[in-house]
Design a binder for this molecule. Structure first.
Ligand SMILES: *[C@@H]1O[C@H](CO)[C@@H](O)[C@H](O)[C@H]1NC(C)=O
Ligand SMILES: *[C@@H]1O[C@H](CO)[C@@H](O)[C@H](O)[C@H]1NC(C)=O
Length: 368
């Protein structure tokens, strides 16, 4: 054995030894990260399900470190990844991934599933997705597993101190109320009443999260759903955003902020933090050039007008530089656009972050 290969075996052993030590060291200081919601934050749960709502084939993930699809609806990172990076928590695995076991559970888990909404009948066409009530059940199961690992008191503490992100609502419009003309929900409710119903149901979901121990919950409103390439292609006139969907988001978001304020008042603390994804994205949608985008109407990956028709697949048009496009596919922002959104989560004013931005949240939490 040559001298240099002995040295490298030693280094391998040393690194291995450190990794093992690192693995058994208690991670009391790191906060866990828990994610709920839809395709804006799903990081691979749907890969494990028999559903048509999936992003597990190329070119999804083309700009990620592996260059391969992971189930994220992005060319690289999604909102959940970027929020996690900003607030300094570990990259968590999808809850359905069998590798999420043992010590890794202490870092948190992602329960999100592309296609879901606030309502159970949202995303019915995707067949097998983890509806929000089920995501919350799995969260209970998760807590039992963490309890078995570190004891129930510590598990409770871990959940209380965790950073929770929940993203819901967009699908209740695009994949329910507005999915087809004369949808069941649109025959049942006019738009304002439907939104009141959504808010009532969302409130129950958030209260349930609180009852399950969540004490820091970032809640995103719905983005400019009328301005995504799919809706511009199908409903927009001359490349304009689809009016009725923009109206829906415009009614939904302020009522969500109100209900979060009311919940904070009820529990006597700033548990729920609203992030106005509509305002945050609207800036680069109306002034794409100011953000270095060549367009905010045409998706990078897709086909038909605005690349807004059908799915993003290996057969689709694909732009050469994803950083120049605000939209990756017909519905989802590019990695670059997600970065602009999440920057605002951190430093945004009270116009977009309520009652505080995430830098203020982190400063407060580090003191307590
Ligand atoms: C959705 O389904 C869950 C579980 O089956 C149920 O508990 C919940 O009440 C349902 N929500 C609505 C709005 O019907
Ligand atoms: C965050 O919010 C606070 C309070 O509204 C504000 O003063 C501050 O400028 C915002 N940005 C940063 C980076 O803290």
């Amino acid at each position: 054995m040559s001298h240099s290969s002995e040295l490298s075996s030693f280094l391998v052993l040393l690194t291995f030894g450190l990794a093992v030590l690192g693995g058994i060291a208690p991670q009391v200081d790191a906060r866990a990260y828990i994610v709920f919601g839809d395709s804006l934050v799903d990081n691979g749960n749907n890969n494990f399900l028999l559903t048509t709502a999936r992003a597990d084939s190329p070119p999804y993930g083309i700009d990620s470190p592996s260059g391969r699809p992971s189930g994220r609806f992005s060319n690289s990172r999604n909102l959940a990844d970027l929020v996690g990076e900003k607030v300094g928590v570990a990259q968590v695995l999808p809850y359905l991934n069998p590798e999420l076991d043992g010590e890794r559970l202490l870092e948190g888990a992602n329960f999100a599933s592309a296609g879901v909404g606030i309502l159970n009948d949202t995303g019915l066409q995707f067949v097998n997705i983890i509806r929000i009530a089920r995501q919350l059940q799995l969260f209970e199961q998760y807590q039992q597993r963490v309890g078995a690992l570190i004891g129930d008191d510590q598990a409770q503490r871990l959940v209380n101190e965790a950073i929770v992100l929940i993203t819901l609502g967009g699908n209740d419009f695009v994949n329910n109320y507005f999915l087809i003309p004369f949808s069941a929900r649109s025959r049942q409710y006019n738009l304002p009443d439907y939104i009141r119903y959504l808010i009532t149901e969302y409130r129950k979901i958030l209260m349930r999260l609180y009852d399950l121990g969540a004490r820091r919950v970032i809640v995103t409103g719905t983005g400019p759903i009328g301005c995504v390439p799919a809706e511009i292609a199908q409903r927009g006139r001359n490349g304009e955003c689809a009016v009725e969907l923009q109206q829906a988001a415009g009614l939904f978001n302020p009522q969500l902020v109100e209900v979060l304020q009311e919940l904070n008042g009820q529990v006597g603390s700033d548990v729920f933090i609203s992030a106005n994804a509509f305002e945050m994205s609207y800036t680069f949608i109306t002034q794409p050039e100011a953000f270095g985008f060549v367009t905010a109407k045409v998706a990078c990956c897709g086909q038909g007008p605005y690349n807004g028709i059908g799915l993003c697949t290996v057969f689709s048009n694909l732009c050469p530089n994803r950083d120049l496009y605000a939209f990756w596919d017909a519905f989802h922002p590019s990695d670059r656009a997600n970065q602009f959104i999440v920057d605002q989560f951190m430093i945004g004013s009270s116009k977009v972050m309520n009652p505080m931005n995430l830098s203020t949240m982190l400063a407060l939490d580090s003191r307590s």
